[in-house]
Structures are given as structure tokens and as C-alpha cells.
Design a protein around this ligand. Sequence first.
Ligand code: NI
Length: 382
Amino acid sequence: MAVPDLKSVRRHLHEMPELSMLETATAATIDGWLKDLGLRTKHLAGTGVTAMVGRPTPGRTILARADIDGLPVTEATKLPFRSRNVGAMHACGHDCHVAGLIEAARNLVARPPERGAVKLFFQPGEEGANGMGKCIDDGLLGGPKVDAAVGVHVWQAEPVGRIGLVRGPCMAAVDQFEVRIEGFGGHAAYPHRSTDPIVVAAQVVTALQTIVSRRVSPFHQAVVTVASFQAGTAFNVIPPEAVLRGTVRTFDPTVRRHVAREFKRIVSNVAKALGAKAHVHYEFFLPATVNDLAMTDLAWSVAEDVVGKKNVVASEPSMGGEDMSLALEAVPGVFAFIGASDGTRRTSFPHHHPSFDVHEDCLPVGAAFMEGFVRRWLGEAA
Ligand code: NI
């Protein structure tokens, strides 16, 4: 079976989104296409797929990565190729990443790099499941040893036809917390005989706002968001506890540790001052995604070849997270933003929105950038 063209690959995958780490049909489809290209595939962490192109030479293996998972979102577009899996959607554009890497693979197979090799990597579980970490634990960066890495994300913040790059940190570190405020429940009419965890938790939420405004230098970035506040069951009962959940985003590792310390200090002391007890679970989840400076320079020149000088721009970093960060922590590399919006309403919905869609002209741009970067890093002219 011949591997379909770029647009058909994207549309085919768009119809069959699967949730993180459950991408069985997606992985099987990708596996089939890679085999049709004459490649030998290997599976990692269940639904991850890799294949090598070229001849591994010490110091000359580059990882080219595309994430493959969809989101638990019910698609609201009217596209003829909209999701057939109710409750799942390619609402972040990972279908485009797979299509781009399959196209790059086809071209790399047709004219393999002369020295060195590309490890094609179709990564499961990017959406909060740490699929990259799982695949690294399963040997992704070895056999042969990976020396560099490249990945892309289709990007609504940039117009289609543009490639955006960030020198240094491009996406934030992602941490998460759960705070359980333990009070003392009772009758809502006799609050003085209780310790009301709702009032305490409300004060905690307010006090947490001072971390960014009063504890982090204005020259650094941080986000502290309480995204969930749960307490109580009835209008006349003071509950025994309240639970807060949320996320912290930072770029700088020192700021990251500082925010974590301030967070714990504020939560426990505000609770204590009001006679309650706080149980804090704070997890360092993913580091910031950091583009290597030399690799960004290389990416810049490759991008100029793909879309022309005036269409390569310095993008604003994102407070969103990416588990590509773990690969870029292990080896130098770059994560590029591929402009995907044509300015119309249809392609302007934010990532993860039920109406998310891209302008498909972003597909050849992503594919050409991946192929071009790999070739250039391996020392070939474009
Ligand atoms: Ni994404």
C-alpha cells in the first residue's frame, strides 16, 4: 500500500484521534506507513513508534519527533474529516505533526543522508501523560545513541507561511499542586464551633496571588493558577475540608524552586493563622523546553530556506508546557513553531478548543522544516 500524501495522512489521522497512551490504532497505522516506506519499526512504551533512516555513525544521530495523541475534547467543527471517536479530538494539531514527519520520512528514504542517521520518533502521550519520559525510560535515546533532537508544533499565534523560533526557553516548566485544607466541619448556623475550610482556602487562593506580584522579580516570568476549588455538599453544612488544585509555570530553574518554596510557606502559614491545617502535595512535573542557541541559529537558516527570510520570526515564548523538554534537556536541539492560522475565524480558535483547526498550508512547511533541519544538522546542503 502506498503511503498517502501529506494532506490525506493528516485527514486520515484527524478522523481517528486517540487519547494519551491509548493510541493503539494510530501507532498501528504509523507502523504500517513506515513499513511501506521500507523501514524497520520499533515500539516504545506501548504506543510509541521509532524507525531509523540512514547509517548510524557515532555522534551523528538526530531524533526527529512528532507527537501523536488527541485530547478528551468533543469536536465541534463541521469538517468532512472530523473526529469519528466521540469524546476525542486532534484539538492540538498533533495529526499535522505526524503528517509532516511521515512526509519528511518519505523524502529521507528516497534520498537517505550520506553520513549519520535520523531516528524518526512518533511519540505517544504528550498531553499530560509524560509520554516522552516513558519513552526515554524505554530506551529512546540509546541504541543508537541520540545526539540531537528536533520537533515542531503547529502554532495558531503565527500566521500560516511563517516559522517562529525562540532562542533559549520557549515553553514553560509545568508543575502541579494539590492542597487539602483540613478544618473542622459542623452546622452552617454555628460557624464559631467549626473551622471553616472554605474561608481558609479562599484566603489561601488570595494570598497565593502575591507570589507572582510580590515574590518574583518583574524581570522573570511565573504563573500560579488555582484551577479547581472543591468543598462542601449542602447549604447548611460546613464541610471538614476544601481541596485546591492547580499549576505553576516558570522558565528559570531558580525561579521554579523559589516559587515552590514560597507556595508551601504561604499555604501552611495562612492555614495555621486561621486555625486550619494544610496538606500540600507539590509536584515538579516537566522542565522548561529550552532551545539550544547554536541549534536555533541552524534552525533559523533552515527556516529561511523553507519560507523565506521575512517569514522567519522571533516568537514569544509560551507559558504552555511540552514534554519535548525532556529530550532537549538530554541533548541539544530545537522546537520550532509552525504558523497555522490564516486569520479567518475558522483557524483562529485556540489550541484545545473544540473548534480548533489549522490552514493546511502549514503541513508542507512543517514537513520541509523537519527534513531540512535533519539534513543540515547531518552536514548536507539543503
Ligand atoms: Ni500540542
